[in-house]
Ligand binder design. Structure first.
Ligand code: SF4
Length: 510
């Protein structure tokens, strides 16, 4: 049974009081529903997806559908807040969107406006308390906020706000923004929001809601995607929607309008849509890994279709590091589009030689390595008759620690492949991310510690090649726009504030 947290829900006792006065949460905190994420999970994780709905008779249900489409951006907790012009209700829980928001629960969320959030979080920080949206009764009125990304000047801001008398109820970045809004000297709410956003540094795509307005904003560098769309309703009125990825619009039958611009604050009210820049003149640095792995291929982000970018990555990889082989096999699901591009470019047959079981639960949270090994076999299974006696090119989107890649190479060879050549559709990951992606620190990134040939030997492949940085950028840019963050491949961070401990040169392991 999923435990839910209710705030301001008509006819339901507020469950926030006993929890919101807990200053900090973590493993073992009494009365809290949490799960422990495992940092040895082989894939990198996005932390969040957000959605907002303005002016729809069933706003909560629309937010649910939007979150359902964004489930790949976070599977640990989800929440929806709604407003009807007078009240602002919020329900959130641990688990998948469909587990939390049954019809019964959705019916408790009245109103024509909604914001929603789905979250992946890291060890010790995954409590229900930090699930979003966060609903705060501030000096500027009731505000609900949902945030995708990661602020990098948190410590300084928090200290300053605490000196000014702020009392923090969560460890979430989002609350920093709400506290800045509450402490802003600006007269109007929209000025206070713009003022607070101009003080935070890092990655944020945010949706906010008051009793009668929706706000959406992106950080000045545009790290994370956020798109705006519209729905025409049968009675002629228009619904404005925002979502982390445009794939959410398809499920909502909404039309894509445009991306929220870096440094832009959009406000939607009964009077229509208005917009202002709260920051400008900062070079754009959108996360290139969104195109490589995070975003769904049926989404359009940063002005490009993800499917097109991944197809190009596969083609470029074939041009840069072709090898004679019989079949091209993707590591599903994320390697599929790049593998199709590679196969077409190289004129080598594409085969689904590895099958993914989509119904495996979160095996990665098991603490024992033995169980994790089993987890890879639970998730992937080789198709023996496609692989036996074949020279195989395997296409994947990243190698983080190398342990999973080695298991997959062994799996393919164990199915009878005579050669296994691994091709990666991005450059080696050598540095951690501070902008909302859960990466291991440098010492745990295999490419930060070993040469490509050492990695090849470790994973037991016949050959290994990565896409070059220039090759990657050529697949995601039109006329060199937009600018991309490539810090996890280069160590060059677009912001000043990073955790120096985490980016110190890695110790070369033996
Ligand atoms: S460091 Fe890597 S994952 Fe993080 S924002 Fe930059 S490109 Fe994306």
């Amino acid at each position: 049974m999923t435990r839910l947290l209710y705030q301001g829900v008509p006819g339901v006792a507020d469950s926030s009081a006993s929890i919101l006065f807990t200053s900090r949460v973590g493993p073992g905190a009494p009365g809290l529903d949490f799960e422990t994420g495992d940092r040895t999970d082989p894939k990198l994780h996005e932390e969040c997806g957000v959605v907002a709905i303005h002016n729809h008779a069933h706003a909560a249900h629309q937010a649910y559908l939007g979150l359902y489409a964004l489930q790949h951006r976070g599977q640990e907790s989800a929440g929806i807040a709604t407003a009807d012009g007078h009240h602002l209700a919020n329900i959130k829980g641990m688990g998948l969107v469909s587990e939390i928001f049954t019809d019964d629960v959705l019916q408790k969320l009245p109103g024509h406006m909604a914001i929603g959030h789905t979250r992946y979080s890291t060890t010790g920080d995954s409590a229900l308390l930090n699930a979003q949206p966060i609903r705060v009764d501030s000096t500027k009125g009731l505000i609900a906020i949902a945030h995708n990304g990661n602020l990098v000047n948190l410590g300084n801001l928090r200290e300053r706000l605490e000196r000014d008398g702020a009392y923090f109820q969560t460890t979430s970045d989002s609350e920093i923004i709400v506290q800045l809004i509450a402490h802003s000297a600006a007269d109007t709410l929209v000025d206070a929001i713009a003022d607070s956003l101009s003080q935070v540094e890092g990655a944020f795509s945010i949706v906010m809601m008051t009793r009668d307005r929706i706000f959406a904003a992106r950080d000045p560098r545009g790290f994370r995607p956020l798109s705006m769309g519209r729905m025409k309703n049968p009675d002629g009125h228009e619904t404005i929607v925002f979502a982390s990825e445009s794939c959410a619009f398809d499920l909502l039958r909404a039309e894509f309008i445009r991306d929220v611009l870096p440094g832009e604050l959009v406000m939607v009210s009964q009077d229509g849509v208005t917009s202002r820049q709260f920051a400008s003149g900062v070079p754009q640095s959108s996360c290139v890994f969104e195109h490589v792995y995070f975003a769904r291929p049926d989404s359009r982000i940063f002005g490009r279709w993800v499917q097109e970018s991944r197809d190009q990555m596969g083609r470029q990889l074939a041009r840069e590091s072709g090898v004679s082989a019989d079949v091209v096999v993707p590591v599903p699901d994320s390697g599929v589009t790049a593998a199709l591009g590679y196969a077409e470019q190289a004129h080598i047959p594409f085969r689904l030689g590895l099958i993914r079981n989509h119904y495996v639960g979160r095996t990665f949270i098991e603490p024992e390595q033995r169980v994790r090994d089993f987890g890879v076999r639970l998730k992937l299974n080789p198709v023996h008759n496609l692989l036996a006696g074949k020279r195989v090119i395997l296409i994947d989107d990243s190698i983080i620690r190398g342990t999973t890649s080695r298991k997959i190479v062994r799996m393919v060879r164990g199915a009878g492949a005579t050669e296994v050549h691994l091709r990666i559709s991005c450059p080696p990951t050598i540095s951690p991310c501070f902008y909302g992606v859960d990466t291991p620190s440098k010492r745990d990134l295999i490419a930060a510690n070993q040469s490509v040939d050492e990695i090849r030997r470790y994973i037991e492949a016949d050959s290994l090649a990565y896409l070059s940085l220039d090759g990657l950028l050529s697949c995601v840019q039109d006329d060199k726009k937009p600018g991309y963050c490539t810090a996890c491949y280069t160590g060059n961070y677009p912001t000043q504030w990073v955790d120096v401990e985490d980016i110190l040169p890695a110790t070369v392991s033996s």
